[in-house]
Write a protein that binds this ligand. Structure first.
Ligand code: ADP
Ligand code: ADP
Length: 223
């Protein structure tokens, strides 16, 4: 399942946040989406996850157009927003069940998915704690677990490592690598080292335009 961005444009009022960008993340690839704050990364990702309508152009997730076939596209997409609205008063397992229900899971399937993601994301000891009691690193694990709850094929992660301390950073990077193995993944960041640590290819965006789309190795040689 690939992610295809085709001539995508988003204009907010007078602001051209994304200007006719095109790129593709192939089946099984993990690609970094690198750019400074305000470059248009979140806007692109919100469109790819059906949270925001494009002004022009198309996004296809696993071949499904996010405007024309949003239900099919959403079913195969996992999303970790930059500011994931965690319900702090909920217990970890309760929150993951809640998100699973939003994706239409129920009964034994729901229980199985929750315990599977708890285990996969290293939350076994935290599952009976309230989210408010967790550190930033563990909250981010919960964020990744909710993105995975419906077994998506495509993962869209918006700044998944921002604001973490160095130890948490290493742990979360490791986890992202593990969960990415059988998926098509794009993650945004404003830090080149993040891209180097996690992937081979990078798409660089600046002021709403793609300024590079290359292997990390090539891009570093050019600098
Ligand atoms: P990034 O994720 O790379 O930091 P964003 O996609 O959040 O960039 O923002 C791209 C540009 O669009 C920025 O100039 C931002 O201020 C602007 N922008 C984002 N959301 C809105 C909005 N809802 N209304 C108006 N401008 C917006
Ligand atoms: P995110 O990181 O998820 O894009 P932000 O914290 O950047 O969220 O923005 C919060 C809200 O404000 C979002 O709905 C975003 O689209 C909107 N927003 C961001 N930049 C602008 C802007 N320059 N003008 C108006 N709204 C904006």
């Amino acid at each position: 399942m690939s992610l295809q961005i085709r001539n995508l444009t988003k204009i907010y009022g007078q602001q051209r946040a994304v200007n006719n960008i095109s790129f593709e993340v192939a089946q099984g690839e993990i690609v970094g989406f690198l750019g400074p704050n305000g470059a248009g990364k979140s806007t692109t990702m919100k469109i790819a996850t059906c949270f925001l309508p494009p002004t022009d152009g198309h996004v296809l997730v696993g071949g499904f157009d996010v405007v024309e076939e949003p239900m099919q596209a959403k079913r195969i997409t996992g999303y970790l927003p930059e500011h994931n609205p965690l319900y702090l008063d909920m217990y970890v397992h309760e929150y993951l069940s809640f998100i699973g229900k939003l994706y239409g899971l129920s009964g034994t399937t729901l229980r199985h998915q929750v315990s599977e993601m708890v285990e996969r994301c290293g939350l076994t000891r935290e599952q009976n704690k309230k989210i408010e009691a967790l550190s930033k690193g563990y909250r981010q694990r919960v964020g990744l677990a909710q993105a995975l709850i419906h077994n998506p094929k495509v993962l869209i992660l918006d700044e998944p490592t921002s604001g973490l301390d160095p130890n948490q950073l290493v742990e979360i990077r490791k986890l992202i690598k593990e969960i990415s193995l059988d998926k098509t993944v794009i993650f945004s960041t404003h830090i080149m080292q993040e891209v180097q640590a996690l992937c081979d290819r990078v798409v660089v965006i600046n002021r709403g335009e793609i300024v590079a789309d290359d292997t990390v190795e090539h891009l570093l040689q050019k600098q």
